[in-house]
Write a protein of this length. Structure first.
Length: 345
């Protein structure tokens, strides 16, 4: 299969690109290379004849049209987005532009391309979204694919809008789509401003490890390589028009997650002071959702997919990867505003 992956220089997109090429798919990586992108994430496939890169903005219709016509993909996996909740609170404009207008532009380009091809029913537009569209849970319950949308941050509202657009293009124009909504990803190549890298990198630098509120917010953690596997499973075997929730079956309170990372760092650096001494509680994020949890029934029963690693295993691999790869993360800290944001998690 030839797959056009948008956002393939980002964290999850690059895992999809690496895995798709490893499985023998041809991949065209369309990415605007924003501050969050890193082509080093796909260096392992850069010279592979199955891989091509196109620098373009999904809001640029002419560029997207040209790339579709030139590469003639069998499917589009749409991951390009502005993805950092804190940045969406500080400046929502780019989230509206990329996540909503960009998705609309891509849908229109995909519809024209699919029309021009004679509307093959084998074509797939796979939209990758978040469980944050469902809002916040209390202590009980899990998100199913039928949970009503209740987004509460500019980021999640923009992703919810994009999900609605994709469903509308399926209903109105018959575009063959599948959608996925996943929980928090973690793993190698995670951009340094996100929670788990912030904890690891601040601890390595002896800086305070910031924890929002009392650290009681609960997230489900999905190892990024498991997620890439789930996405390719849904793309190739998912039922047309359907949404699938993807979770890691790994719920943890933020403070427990941070303590687990500190314990792993203590094992690697036994001579350093206990890393948990650096934990510092900071004012909570506005509108901070208390708990997200995924009911994995649909993807596990229909497609037989389940995560392969526990949080303990995935975190151990992730901490070891950051310790082994300072050449990857050090230059990213010097990018605009990124190092300064390490104070927040
Ligand atoms: P990321 O921020 O690491 O990467 C996003 C990529 O998209 C970057 O390479 C960036 O250059 C590119 N991009 C941004 N704007 C673009 C534009 N206008 N045109 C073309 N490319 C553009 O994001 P991620 O964490 O890999 O997330 C990928 C997708 O998964 C997003 O749609 C996100 O909403 C969704 N998601 C992420 C998580 C998570 O935990 N990271 C959880 C749920 C859903």
């Amino acid at each position: 299969m030839k797959i056009l992956v948008t956002g393939g220089a980002g964290f999850i997109g690059s895992a999809v690109v690496r895995q798709a090429v490893a499985e023998g798919h041809s991949v065209v990586n369309l990415d605007a290379l924003t501050y969050a992108a890193c082509l080093a994430n796909v260096a392992s496939v850069a010279d592979n004849p199955l891989y091509a890169f196109e620098q373009a903005d999904i809001c640029d219709r002419a560029a997207v049209d040209r790339i579709l016509a030139q590469h003639a993909p069998d499917a589009i996996m749409h991951l390009a987005a502005e993805s950092h909740v804190d940045r969406s609170i500080d400046g929502p404009g780019t989230f509206i532009q990329t996540n909503i207008t960009g998705t609309y532009t891509l849908l229109e380009a995909a519809r024209s391309y699919w029309d021009a091809q004679g509307k093959p029913d084998t074509f797939r537009f796979h939209h990758i979204s978040t469980d944050e569209v469902y809002g916040s849970l209390g202590a009980e319950g899990q998100f199913t694919e039928d949970t009503p949308y209740d987004p509460r941050s500019p980021y999640s509202a923009s992703k919810a809008a994009s999900d609605h657009l994709v469903r509308a293009w399926a209903e109105t124009y018959g575009l063959p789509v599948v959608l996925t909504n996943c929980s928090n990803n973690y793993g190698p190549y995670h951009f340094p401003e996100k929670l788990i890298p912030v904890v690891i990198l601040n601890a390595l630098h002896g800086k305070p490890i910031p924890v929002y509120g009392k650290g009681e917010n609960v997230r489900d953690w999905l190892y990024v390589e498991d997620h890439a596997d789930a996405l390719l499973t849904v793309l190739t075997r998912g039922q047309l028009g359907r949404s699938y929730n993807i979770g890691g079956e790994n719920e943890a309170r933020n403070i427990d997650l941070v303590m687990m990372i500190c314990a792993l760092l203590d094992q690697h650096r036994p001579d350093a002071a206990p890393h948990a001494d650096l934990i510092t509680y900071v004012a909570d994020r506005p509108g901070h959702d208390l708990r997200y949890a995924i009911d994995p029934t649909r993807i596990s029963t229909e497609l037989g997919w389940r995560p392969s690693v526990t949080l303990e295993e995935g975190l151990a691999q992730t901490v070891a990867w950051y310790l082994d790869n300072p050449d990857w993360w050090q230059p990213l800290l010097d990018r605009d505003g990124v190092g300064a944001r390490l104070g927040k998690a």
